[in-house]
Design a protein around this ligand. Sequence first.
Ligand SMILES: NC(=O)c1ccc[n+]([C@@H]2O[C@H](COP(=O)([O-])OP(=O)(O)OC[C@H]3O[C@@H](n4cnc5c(N)ncnc54)[C@H](OP(=O)(O)O)[C@@H]3O)[C@@H](O)[C@H]2O)c1
Length: 360
Amino acid sequence: MEMAASSAGMTDGRPRIGVIGAGAVGCYVGGRLAAGAVADVTLVGRQWLADAVVDHGMTLRELDHDDFVAAKDIRFGVDMQALSSCDVVLCCVKSGDTANTAAQLAGILRPGAIVVSLQNGLRNGDTLRVHLPQNPVVDAIVDFNVIMRDHAVFQRTTSGPLTVETKSEPQHQVWVDALRAAGLEVVEVDAIEAEQWTKLLVNLNNAINALAGVPTREMILCRPYRSVVAMLLDEGLDVLEEAGVRTAKFRGVPLRVMSFILKLPTPIVRLVIAAQLRMDPEARTSMAQDLERRRLTEVDFLNGEIVSLAESNSRDAPLNRRIVELIHEAERAGEGSPNLDAKALLQGIRPQHAPAVTDG
Ligand SMILES: NC(=O)c1ccc[n+]([C@@H]2O[C@H](COP(=O)([O-])OP(=O)(O)OC[C@H]3O[C@@H](n4cnc5c(N)ncnc54)[C@H](OP(=O)(O)O)[C@@H]3O)[C@@H](O)[C@H]2O)c1
């Protein structure tokens, strides 16, 4: 849908914000902006979701399960041309789709329109920069989980902020302010790369969640699963340290401490999680959702990055490498999660040395 451009670059004083790849994250963030009436919002995604939005409207469900319809007249289309007059475009496609999507956007976005990557992984910002040399690209991190339910219901299932790269130019403050005005917590940081590596390390658990086929909370409160997650995290931290890559704390906790906590008995972990994170019992990582929906996952952009970094330093990351293989096997099987219990997972990644882990 084409929108009229104003000379001030705004519609009714509000920034024109588009979303490319309107799925779980894109609909939730775009929906919050529309619901708050703080931006003129255009979502671009797939036809089946556009149909669901027409049939049911868009419902955003918050952590406390308060539902609200984002906006009855929310624009959800399938044609990228609808983004041609946007001041800001939030890129919310999966990492494997970024290059192709950016190449298509190149002929559509107006020069100077800001593109914000709200994606996981390390490379999306640079991929966007290569294809969109006339557009400033900003890296951001979504530090909360959203699941997509039937009938265009988007449910936020964990607490956490949006973390964005600090920019001094005033036009950046406009969309950051719009996100805040919509009620989203936004943290601005100078060194986004350290935060991205931290998020990647935390996201190493996504693959375990996908292979286990259980909700995230159930996985974290199961000591054997936690021990697999801690093994992947330790390996990742070793690889990064050896490569001289800096990480940030995650919610104030150094990642070595997080690994230590993961290995503690479940009652202690339950207390730590209660203090750190609100989580809906039905939360599932986006990689788990991808396997369930028979789609390719982002494993190469998460655990695969640890493997690549290790290789570039002439070493190996065997546990993360094996997890990448297991996820690709599950993708090829096309049967959703293989529902591996923790013992099978440990056997799968470390058949010779699987440590005995108690359930407590
Ligand atoms: N979900 C979460 O809780 C969460 C949290 C933090 C970060 N993230 C990150 O945010 C990013 C998006 O994740 P998500 O869970 O929101 O993914 P998602 O639900 O799969 O949404 C992406 C949507 O974009 C569509 N798409 C892909 N290419 C497109 C194109 N060229 N034009 C229009 N639509 C296109 C996809 O359709 P197809 O499926 O047909 O390709 C899909 O419907 C990922 O990098 C993810 O890691 C997600």
